[in-house]
Design a protein around this ligand. Structure first.
Ligand SMILES: CC(C)(COP(=O)(O)OP(=O)(O)OC[C@H]1O[C@@H](n2cnc3c(N)ncnc32)[C@H](O)[C@@H]1OP(=O)(O)O)[C@@H](O)C(=O)NCCC(=O)NCCS
Length: 152
């Protein structure tokens, strides 16, 4: 099941973002402070015991622009459409908010292409660069992320 994140989920979300394997796409860790203040951005996938097994966030950037970030599904639950459902729930929320352009910066572009995102020139996402990239240790020479965008 996919549901909005709750305060009790924060420690599990933090763990999911901290513990992706080295061979996997990079998912930026987030501090507890960032997770608490952005908790309303998050949806989570939960198992039958209501334990969090995946998460994804929709971050509003500008008047018609939002970012999907912090997407992770625990390895044991992959391949069961949870990643797709998490992203689709965030896209649906964007439409509800009146936001029709959603992008992600990712090291897993094939997954997002499979869901209908298309590659975008990173330079066109200048609001994002101003907000986050300038403070990222990997910017600009060690960034392996690809910008993928979907017009809804
Ligand atoms: C990427 C990730 C979220 C996918 O989660 P998942 O629950 O296994 O994915 P789903 O089962 O929902 O897959 C949905 C569709 O995408 C396809 N897919 C899954 N991973 C894919 C990949 N790496 N490349 C291309 N297609 C992929 C599936 O075959 C499925 O296709 P279908 O719906 O047409 O049958 C998961 O592998 C993960 O957490 N990876 C580590 C972190 C990461 O890469 N995060 C995203 C980038 S920042």
């Amino acid at each position: 099941m996919i549901r909005k994140a709750r305060i009790d989920d924060v420690k599990k979300i933090h763990g999911l973002l901290m513990h992706t394997e080295e061979h996997e796409a990079l998912v930026l860790p987030r501090s507890f402070s960032q997770l608490y203040s952005h908790l309303r951005d998050f949806v989570v996938a939960v198992d039958d015991n209501d334990d969090v097994v995946g998460c994804c966030a929709l971050n509003i950037i500008w008047d018609n622009l939002a970012e999907i970030r912090s997407l992770v599904v625990v390895p044991s639950q992959r391949g069961r459409k949870l990643g797709r459902k998490l992203v689709e729930t965030c896209l649906s929320e964007a439409v509800t908010l009146g936001i029709y352009k959603v992008y992600t910066l990712t090291e897993a572009p094939d997954f997002f292409a499979h869901l209908g995102f298309v590659e975008e020139d990173m330079e066109k996402l200048n609001q994002k660069i101003f907000l986050d990239c300038l403070n990222c240790a990997r910017f600009p020479d060690h960034c392996n992320e690809v910008a993928m965008i979907m017009n809804l």
